[in-house]
Design a protein around this ligand. Structure first.
Ligand SMILES: C[S@@+](CC[C@H](N)C(=O)[O-])C[C@H]1O[C@@H](n2cnc3c(N)ncnc32)[C@H](O)[C@@H]1O
Length: 276
């Protein structure tokens, strides 16, 4: 089985006070009942990698399978969702045309071959069914020069994630390299749509809703900063390389400084498997 860079401790699992689906909903999650998705509620199989619980609640008639590499799912879930341990970088275990809808989320740093990944998703989706991929690019950016080049956001966080991606051969920059959309096209999906938003990393936006989103991201990061960064740091800089604690402290300080207008890009791509 493949390893995951992400910590699976209880601390990390509970690190976001707002689960990613809610985070996205607060901003602009696509409406799954939108005609564009043509989601068929009466069919009985769906796969959701990620927002499985939300999806199951939203569509109580659907059977939802949530998958992950590690058994870190909550105990209390809607009755129409079940979890399976599955390595999504290996050949998928479901038969062809099995699902109406496949949702893939936050697999930055986990996928060595995006074309193969979307080929698998295409294979298990029924003709006319849909696949959706949501990815966040963990690099913290700004549009107004408020983040100086010597900040820990740049020299610590962005550096280790950029370099570990190269080292592991699994990119943390799916948006910069357009990995999702390219793979949807290569797999043969039609009616491909792409949209993007910026996820602020603190409460800096003047817009109230976006400020709230930023505060949730900030709390998530602050709660388990060590969990997110220790493995990338050791991989990139060498085991127990000096400077880690100082970088953490600086990063914590920057995550509480609203004058730094940092955000992470998030991109949804979805597409339909042709009917014939
Ligand atoms: C950032 S979390 C996202 C969790 C969930 N998909 C969501 O959207 O809320 C990344 C997850 O991908 C899982 N993962 C990493 N490599 C994987 C693989 N090869 N197959 C399946 N899951 C994997 C990790 O265990 C981790 O739970």
């Amino acid at each position: 089985m493949t390893d995951s860079w992400r910590p699976t401790s209880a601390r990390s699992s509970g690190s976001s006070p707002l689960k990613p689906p809610e985070q996205a909903e607060l901003i602009a999650e696509p409406d799954l009942e939108d005609e564009e998705y043509q989601y068929d509620e009466d069919r009985d199989r769906d796969s959701a990698l990620g927002s499985d619980i939300d999806f199951a609640e939203q569509f109580p008639n659907a059977q939802v399978i949530g998958t992950d590499l590690s058994p870190m799912q909550p105990m209390w879930v809607p009755p129409n969702v079940r979890f399976e341990l599955e390595d999504c970088t290996q050949p998928w275990s479901w038969p062809e045309s099995y699902f109406d809808f496949v949702h893939l989320r936050y697999l930055f740093g986990a996928i060595p071959d995006w074309n193969e990944f979307l080929r698998q998703a295409y294979r298990v989706t029924r003709p006319g069914g849909w696949v959706e991929s949501c990815e966040t690019e963990v690099m913290i950016k700004c549009d107004d020069g408020s983040i100086p080049p010597d900040s820990a956001f740049v020299t610590f966080w962005n550096k280790i994630y950029s370099e570990i991606g190269d080292k592991l051969g699994k990119s943390f920059e799916p948006i910069t390299y357009n990995l999702q959309e390219n793979a949807f096209r290569a797999a043969g999906f039609r009616n491909i749509e792409v949209y993007e938003y910026k996820l602020p990393v603190t409460g800096w936006p003047t817009d109230k809703r976006m400020s709230e989103v930023g505060q949730y991201v900030q709390l998530t990061l602050l709660n388990d900063l060590e969990g997110y960064t220790l493995m990338p740091w050791n991989t990139v800089m060498g085991e127990n390389a000096p400077g880690y604690k100082e970088n953490l402290a600086q990063m914590r300080w920057e995550l509480q400084n609203r004058r730094l207008h940092g955000y992470m890009k998030t991109r949804y791509v979805y597409g339909q498997k042709p009917e014939t």
